[in-house]
Ligand binder design. Structure first.
Ligand SMILES: Cc1cc2nc3c(=O)[nH]c(=O)nc-3n(C[C@H](O)[C@H](O)[C@H](O)COP(=O)(O)OP(=O)(O)OC[C@H]3O[C@@H](n4cnc5c(N)ncnc54)[C@H](O)[C@@H]3O)c2cc1C
Length: 381
């Protein structure tokens, strides 16, 4: 008997949407299941300049031309030295990145996916899945009701929760305990230059990203076990931010705590040990999640989705090396990230007694022996 849909994608974030766009381009019917209604706030705003070719390839570059998204022309930072420094994208191949209005971007992606023929189930979540002879039976729940849908192929694009993989009994490995404490605030005037502001401190690092409508996204990143719990109070968070040099200078005169909500986010470098199997794969943060210092999570999710869609289309037409080839590509990107991550953190040696920095002076143990042999099927990321 024919299944209800060819590909069911759990998760309507960047990874799920990019997978769906790639699939519909290949003429394959797919459906996204997304439990959350569009939220007012989602963390993660910076898209680096080198994302441009992939945005064009995925047909979504025009979404960033909307004035809701600001250009970003470089980084201002205090890292590895007390002296503030800057890098400018101006001398690079692509001269600007973006500071996106994240919730608007996710809405744009959703509208774009719908316009391309992607089916979308809002307000329901995958709670169970069972392998059948010719695909999957997937149980969904929403608004107190449940039902089941059958599909040929199942995609785990549920972010760090990797819900499908966990339902299959698979394990996730965390390589650190990084946690983000973030707040969105409104400033009196636009903060310029349009840079990403990064500042290392004794127990972690801060970032700030100016957004449209005079919004400023500020976050402190530290390890969960080192976190000062008081940082969850807006006043204390702002006081600590104000004591820093670079981030503090952006906040001058903006220490009102009204309307500031503090959010906590898991932000560790983490990975699923097994990222594909019989008629399923994981994509985006569900497969590999990056430290926000890399500003690579959204790009990786979009890029992974692009390749995942092609790999699924090939697998459905009987190509047995399609899923290992996909895994080879995303695993290779993760290995490159691990090297860059180690180099970046090892530049900061001012606080030798600090647990946060000590933990990052050695590269994470790279024992990912399960990386599939890289195949030339797709161009490298
Ligand atoms: C503090 C912080 C700062 C960051 N800053 C940046 C940045 O500046 N630049 C950058 O590129 N990245 C940044 N990131 C990372 C970036 O946000 C993620 O990498 C990106 O969102 C991953 O996309 P995704 O689609 O894989 O997962 P998500 O965006 O997490 O989407 C997963 C979706 O799955 C849905 N879902 C969950 N469970 C189920 C279920 N059972 N059934 C169906 N659906 C389900 C969720 O509702 C969600 O919508 C940051 C992350 C953190 C924590």
């Amino acid at each position: 008997m024919k299944n209800d849909i060819s590909v069911l994608i759990a998760g309507g974030g960047p990874a799920g949407i990019a997978t769906a766009l790639s699939l519909v381009n290949r003429g394959i019917a797919c459906m996204i299941v997304e439990p959350e209604m569009p939220a007012d706030y989602k963390v993660g705003e910076t898209i680096p300049p080198n994302a441009k070719p992939m945005l064009i390839r995925s047909g979504i570059d025009q979404l960033l031309a909307d004035p809701a998204h600001l250009p970003c022309y470089g980084n201002s930072f205090i890292w590895g030295s007390d002296i503030p420094a800057e890098t400018h994208f101006f001398t690079q191949t692509y001269q600007q990145g973006w500071h996106i209005d994240r919730t608007f971007f996710e809405r744009q992606l959703r509208r774009h996916a719908l316009s391309k023929g992607v089916a979308w189930l809002q307000g329901e979540r995958v709670i169970h899945c069972e392998k059948q002879e010719n695909g999957w039976e997937v149980s969904l729940q929403g608004d107190g009701n449940s039902r089941s849908i059958t599909c040929d192929f199942l995609v785990d694009a549920t972010g760090r929760s990797c819900r499908i993989a966990r339902l299959l009994g698979l394990q996730r490995t965390r390589l650190d305990a990084l946690t983000g404490i973030s707040a969105m605030m409104t400033t009196e005037k636009n903060i310029q230059p349009y840079h990403t502001y990064i500042e290392a401190t004794v127990n972690g690092w801060w970032y700030a990203a100016p957004l449209s409508d005079k919004k400023l996204s500020v976050a402190f990143m530290t390890d969960a076990d080192l976190m000062d719990k008081q940082m969850q109070q807006p006043g204390y968070f702002l006081e600590n931010a104000a004591e820093t040099s670079l981030i503090g200078s952006l906040l001058e005169g903006r220490l009102q705590t009204e309307n500031i909500q503090i959010n906590l986010h898991p932000a560790s470098t983490s990975l699923l040990r097994q990222r594909f199997g019989d008629s399923w794969l994981a994509v985006g943060d569900a497969a590999y999640a990056f430290d926000p210092l890399s500003s690579y999570g959204i790009v990786s999710a979009l890029e992974g989705g692009y390749y995942a869609g092609h790999a699924i289309a090939d697998a459905l037409s009987g190509e047995s090396d399609a899923l290992p080839a996909y895994d080879g590509i995303i695993s290779q990107a993760f290995h490159i990230y691990l090297k860059m991550h180690a180099q970046q953190y090892q530049l900061e040696r001012r606080w030798e007694a600090s647990g946060f920095w000590q933990r990052r002076q050695q590269p994470f143990v790279d024992d990912l022996k399960t990386v599939a042999p890289f195949s030339q099927r797709f161009p490298t990321i």
